[in-house]
Design a binder for this molecule. Sequence first.
Ligand code: GAL
Length: 958
Amino acid sequence: MPGRGLMEGMELPHHEDVSPGSGSLPPRAWYAASDAPTLPLDGTWRFRLSPTADAADESFAADGFDARAWEGIAVPGHWVLQGHGTPHYTNQLYPFPVDPPRVPTENPTGDHLRTFDLPADWPSDGGATLRFDGVESCARVWLNGTPLGDFKGSRLPHEFAVGPLLRPEGNVLAVRVHQWSSGSYLEDQDQWWLPGIFRGVTLLHRPEGCAGDYFVHASYDHRAGTGTLRVDSDVPGRVTVPELGVDAATGETVAVPVRPWTAETPRLYDAVLATSGERVPLRVGFRTVAVEDGVIKVNGRRILFRGVNRHEFHPDTGRAVDLHTMRTDLLLMKRHNINAVRTSHYPPHPAFLDLCNELGLWVIDECDLETHGFTVQQWRGNPADDDRWTPALLDRAARTVERDKNHASVIVWSLGNECGTGRGLTAMAEWIRARDPDRLVHYEGDRSCADTDLYSRMYADHAEVERIGRGTDAGGPDSRRQLPFILCEYAHAMGNGPGGLGEYQRLFETYAHLQGGFVWEWIDHGLTHPAYDYAYGGDFGEQPHDGNFVCDGLLFPDRTPSPGLIEYKKVIEPVRIEGEGREGTLRITNLHDFADLSHLAFTWSYEVAGEGVADGVLPVPATGPGEHAEVKLPPAPTRGSGAETQWTVRAVLADDTPWAQRGHVVAWAQLPVETGTVLPVPGGTPPVRDGGRITLGPASFDAHGTLLSLGDLPIRDLRLDVWRAPTDNDNGMPWRPEPSLATRWRKVGLDRMRHRLDAVELGDGSLTVRTRVAPAASDLGLSTEYRWQSDGSRLLLTVRVTPEGEWPVPLPRLGIRFGLPGAHGRVRWFGGGPGEAYPDTRAASLLGVWESDVAALQTPYVRPQENGARPDIRWAELGGLRIDTDHAPWLTARPWTTEQLDAAAHRPDLTPGDTLWVNLDVGQHGIGTQSCGPGVLPPYELHAAPSSLSCVFSLTTP
Ligand code: GAL
């Protein structure tokens, strides 16, 4: 083992040597506040950026340096988001030559300076600690001219003892931060590279006799209903839990009847650790985590992760995320039935974990470690398998575990992400197990599961997950088949999607040791940008980059839920409502792991033609977790009106909770009762040719049989359409050798179909237009017949499509498209809503009468792509036109064309024209998750097959 800074005979500067740093205090438990005073040093600091690590001298750190001419910078913050340099996005590639531990000479280096006075009441006794909660990627620190040390490990705390150096006034804190360091090799997570002091800096008074490190062990015996508490503390003292009447010495074990902590019932007990010099408030949650019979159990019961991966992200401030934003994230998660977070791929701000304890989320807490960029060189030189790096890895493990070990929500430690395999990982796992045997260890990258308590995979397809469920999966040691299984990442939420969630959920609910998954990922990392709205990789001119792969979340960058989150909420709802609408019978299954149904109220409403006509409350017994109840609905309020009727049953919160108000919908179902009458078929009026025009009732056509108008309403370019602006999932995975679906579509020419007119036939009661729709350079075709009929005021169109040739690809969509004047205005429809849906993303679609303006029908994906379809259309009114249908087609209406949508790279590239483009589709291809994962499942593929679509056009009454 070479000494610090010595590799291959060369003395490296501190930022390039492999050591984790020097001069800092050992890691310890983190807490926000005790009765010892603290002084936050956040705010405006003086800042100077140099292009290289050695371009600027260190005299700025000397006592008395005059930095008044420097610019100001916000701490916490990233300098690249404050006008100094630019962000850089890569997924797995290192943005610098891979030559560990060396980094480029071009190494942006930010010198930060802050002066401060001690508050007047700052105690004169004791010591003081200076705490950095997160600095990317390597810092060197001086206080009043004295060097304190240096550190790496960007998303981990580092503390220095500074007591003797402090003076009442005019303290000068100098911090030099290098963007690149040896630590950058360990922080190759898929995200923006964002240097800076991005979490808080705090001065903490350390009184004589203050607390040191402490470890709260709080377990729960579900058989006895007893909690067992022991607080180990470096500094002896007493632990009191007033509510439980506990007053014990540190190190002493006490057992008391308690209510346990779970993510569903996050019961915390306020406690105090009192040493002779300090009182530290604790919030204790009693729970026991174990693997039994190949299943993860908490308090003796199997749990199911309905999870998400969360990076820390804000579109303006990057990974400097304030408390309000953290809470917003958690409230949104709870309101969308999410019960678990993997802190991909580093420990979050510790305050986030406090909120998880309080609101109730299971947490997989991941170490700040990823060496993914070594995969491009077959892991050659991987620090995870190189003893010289093991101290740095162990330092990261220790700083994670020591900081976060007192959080009830944290039930699993994760060694890191995508580091291949290696001795360093094994060393981390061994250290963690020895230090904290009461939690589980996770790591995804090693299929042998040598170091882990769970088998974890990312993006495995449904069939493989099912094999794992059955224990028939291939490869790996047999021991792996005895382990619980999770998908630590799945359902890649990039752009439109993810599709196929329901099929995964069914597997998780079928096989006991398939314990759920974590959608990748929580939020799009689009950065606020003046021209692009939100910027993604490449938008700052950086090379190499991975484009919009950084925008793959369930939330848009501004934290508005995307349709993917609405879908996920529905798929993972913890109550399943099923039944038979005609008979009015319901089966309500409680899918909670711990809670009974007493916290929910059930309501019903009865809808006729999509409009509610009656509603009421439905008594449901307080069914226990895993149990179900059979319930009867009241007699149907109407019958036999000829209109479509249905029940909508909802489970809502019975009372306010810390995360949502009474009445918040947790789960729902719709049960059809009667189908409506079929579409009236107008007919009788004969078509009439008059020079270059054909008229049929209120409609006028040109000599080619192209519809021109309905009454006074001009209608443009009505014809068959098969194209959609490829989604990120259609575009597939750029690193895969096989062509993506979108590439195959373009190769076939689906984006440039030609329309040949074969015949215009005027019959007794109909106008028939025969065409062949086909791409150039191919013998594939779609023989397409448009048949028009009218009763004098309304117009019926029946489109029949017969494919010719062997179609090697599914169709993106199949239907008609046409233009109406005016791109704005309101749209009303009876069909699925309120948000968009596609064949494999339609679980959350509610059948009803909906209204929206055209703008709000567009789903604003950061990179524009196919969006906005509404399913199951019975009728729609838009742009002066009413459309009645009986095939329940899909409706899409947008103020630009599909071609414009296809060409756009950012939202502002799309500006409304003067036409409202309407697609009415008899079929849509599914969405899938092939941007990183499996494609569209077979039932949701749209194959070229004989198809027909019927609709009746009429004018809306103004
Ligand atoms: C995984 C990785 C994530 C992210 C995701 C795709 O391989 O762990 O960090 O890159 O793929 O978005």
